[in-house]
Design a protein around this ligand. Sequence first.
Ligand SMILES: Cc1cc2nc3c(=O)[nH]c(=O)nc-3n(C[C@H](O)[C@H](O)[C@H](O)COP(=O)(O)OP(=O)(O)OC[C@H]3O[C@@H](n4cnc5c(N)ncnc54)[C@H](O)[C@@H]3O)c2cc1C
Ligand code: SF4
Length: 546
Amino acid sequence: MKYYDAVIVGTGAAGGIVAGVLAEAGKNVLLLERGPALTFNEVGRDHLRNQRLSIYGHNAGPDLAGNPRVFVDPSGNSRLVSPHDPDYHNNAACVGGGTRVYGAQAWRFCPDDFRMASKYGVPEGSSLADWPITYETLEPFYERAEWELGVAGESNAIRQQVPRRGNYPLPPVPPSPQTIALSNGAHKLGWTTTPVPLLINTEPYQGRSACIGCKYCVGFACPTDAKNGTQNTVIPRALATGHCDLRTGAFAERIDVDERGEVIGVSYFVDSGGGRHRETARAKLVIVSAGAIESARLLLNSRSPRHPNGLGNEHDQVGRNLQGHLYPRAYGLSSTKVFNGIGPGVTIATTQFNHDNPGIIGGGMLADDFIKPPIDFWYDSLPPDLPRWGVANKRFMRDNYTRVMHVRGPVQDIPNPEGRVTVDASVRDKWGIPVARLSGTTHPATVAAAEFMRERGEEWLRASGCEKIWSTQPGLILSGRQHQAGTCRMGTDPTLSVTDEWGRVHNHENLFVVDGSLHVTNGGFNPVLTIMALAFRSADYIARLV
Ligand SMILES: Cc1cc2nc3c(=O)[nH]c(=O)nc-3n(C[C@H](O)[C@H](O)[C@H](O)COP(=O)(O)OP(=O)(O)OC[C@H]3O[C@@H](n4cnc5c(N)ncnc54)[C@H](O)[C@@H]3O)c2cc1C
Ligand code: SF4
């Protein structure tokens, strides 16, 4: 059996970066990924079945068969859910994880996002807390993520809300007619705006092409490889060193410990030529980067006589504080054509309301939306008084597909310890492993902030010249989904957190969690750049240990 410096479970936003940093530092790593390395054609271009609109099916894993979860609704009723069901809270399962098909919005969190409890106090029933690190600590790693993967944006516009030293390596995406209308509206309101930073090559960068503005983007792979995920940046770099063994179709079953309870490696199942078998890998240390739901599940399923409740779970913290984002949305009918059919579509945002809103804890960012295939428009954007079918519906679609403006954005989640991942031993996946059980909701303070942001969205569209305005906002639900985070939060108190500031699991010298699970709070922004920055920081630290 080959002995590695490190085994990394998961090739997503975080796992790919850790593999790249360790391999380039000359460390021998085994990188395990449950899914395949999907080609552009395998991801496909099916409007009805993709990771953005998945109610009819999905395109970036995990497989429909053999991968159930249990979802418990706010009334306490539980049911089995499969990966394309919104209540599955899926991200993706393939090389690159969510970054293979994401929208690539590349936001830094604000300094106040790291000190939410100090700034607002802790609302009754929530587990709101400060991070053990500050924005200033993470700032150099944000910059590194922006340059090593490639982010397009306008530094000076962003600087008004989020301090930064350096500039983006790439210029922002060009404006659309909708950008100009929303920019004028914001100007009337006295709001500041910024181009949306994106992990997209707006010019050729690091040997890959520029975006050609195709009609897809979020939920799909990029035809020119201009969307920067870990699968086309840091993972190829890791493999090029010769120090990284990538195993696809390899599902980590458990983290192995010796008789003293110390971590020695990972056992995993491999799909091989129609059959399946179990393999084990031994290493100096193990890094869990399986995404917030599956990382918690893996730790909880790694029970042993020394760790009867799973690894890192002495204080019943693993899996708690599952969070993501509520997404209030507002739509407005413009008298002129605003949709130009050019991707990625998301161009302009305001970060004016991320903090300091009277009577509100936190807040969020609002931006225009990604380019929308007509079925997404039909599913998500129609006014509530329009019939869902028939002639009136068709006429509205035909007349207004290019005239509806749309703003939406993630609202800072106020974590609830009862929003959580546990494992359900009575339901097993195709490998026979207990599946994730998702239960609880976000905190009511999140809903109040979402309502406030929905109103701001309507206000923006009204000022931007829309005649008719409508909006939606979710109620008190579990908010994990594609922005899932928080289930192995970092902290200084081992009774209230799972890892230290480096992602090292408390009381385990050689076990790390590095992915969205670490987030103490999830900002009022899309989370991936923060996941990446933390991954660079932890990886540098780990490279010095092995
Ligand atoms: C359609 C879509 C659009 C998105 N748009 C944006 C956006 O615009 N901006 C943004 O910030 N975020 C966006 N996201 C979210 C973003 O992709 C995630 O926040 C990010 O990928 C999470 O990183 P991670 O490292 O925590 O986990 P992931 O990227 O989910 O990686 C986890 C990996 O671990 C693998 N894995 C899990 N369990 C096991 C196991 N037991 N054994 C082996 N492998 C395992 C998974 O298959 C997966 O590849 C989007 C996501 C999707 C799906
Ligand atoms: S819009 Fe640009 S970055 Fe997005 S998938 Fe199309 S070509 Fe790629």
